[in-house]
Design a protein around this ligand. Structure first.
Ligand code: PAF
Length: 286
């Protein structure tokens, strides 16, 4: 695996891949890699001849008082995993390479409306930081295709919208959430859970799956299903941030005829803010 630490070196290596006719797939990460990331790398390989990954803990997407300083940084283990996954090129930039004029001066990219709801409402500025860094990384890597995990459903949708709105020549692929055997969605932040909390954590997926059944099979009223899920999670010791049934296409509150839905949740368990979601199809009204 080749490693580039600067934008100039990356550009040079990308030109080399292009001159050899390689189609490039890109997986941006913040490191602390787990099986979910490795699945993204595997899927990337199916879409292209060369797989490029990046590791960069992006300060712009962390708010004041969030876990930027504590975010797990495990470079040696990450490098070993990327080599085993047969990644061709890793971009491992410093802040100065990503934001040469400084973070405060950086031109930003923001998708309106969708950036301000759900996780965006609880974490103001977070999605602006995500779309800004992904835009910058796309301009440096110039991938044909880029892959994102659907655990971060809102992020995946925002990036698709950014790419569509700006006419960026990159295909965005969403990859299904990788789960532990007990259903917990894999996430770097699971490392913040104590042993006791880790045993409770799968209840998030279990509760969302039960809500899906209520909606699909029992014709539940969305607001009532959300309230039940909220009470269930609170009973298990979570502090739900939101549990919300939304329209899959744009995460708007669904109208009565919208059938393609997704339930999204963010809930604190101890010091971990866990995210998960489950897609569901509401039967057509009779
Ligand atoms: O999902 C992540 O790890 C990050 O938000 C991303 C897409 C790498 C941007 O920093």
């Amino acid at each position: 695996m080749e490693v580039s630490a600067t934008a100039a070196d990356l550009k040079h290596r990308i030109s080399g891949l292009r001159s050899r006719g390689r189609r490039i797939a890109f997986v941006p990460t913040m490191g602390n890699l787990h099986a979910g990331h490795l699945r993204l790398m595997e899927r990337a390989r199916e879409h292209a001849d060369a797989v490029v990954a990046s590791i960069y803990v992006n300060p712009l997407q962390f708010g004041a008082g969030e876990d930027f300083a504590a975010y797990p940084r495990t470079l040696e283990a990450d490098l070993a995993q990327l080599r085993r996954a047969d990644v061709d090129l890793l971009f491992l930039p410093s802040d100065a390479e990503v934001y040469p004029r400084g973070q405060a001066a950086q031109t930003f990219v923001e998708v309106p409306v969708l950036s301000d709801i759900l996780c965006g409402a609880s974490r103001p500025g977070h999605f602006r930081g995500v779309t800004t860094v992904v835009n910058r990384l796309f301009n440096l890597v110039t991938p044909d295709v880029a892959l994102f995990g659907k655990k971060d459903y809102q992020q995946w949708l925002l990036i698709r919208m950014m790419v569509g709105d700006l006419g960026m020549p990159v295909q965005i692929v969403g990859v299904e959430t990788e789960r532990a055997a007990d259903g917990l969605a894999l996430s770097s932040r699971n490392g913040y859970l104590s042993e006791a909390e880790r045993r409770v954590a799968p209840q998030l997926f279990a509760t969302l799956s039960a809500l899906k059944d209520q909606m699909e099979e029992q014709g539940a009223v969305p607001a009532e299903a959300e309230a039940r899920a909220n009470a269930t999670l609170t009973g298990h010791g979570f502090r739900p941030d939101y549990i919300s049934i939304r329209r899959r296409a744009d995460l708007a509150v669904p109208g009565p005829r919208d059938a393609e839905l997704v339930v999204l949740a963010a809930a604190w368990l101890g010091r971990a803010r866990l995210l998960d979601n489950v897609e569901l199809n509401r039967p057509a009204p009779g």
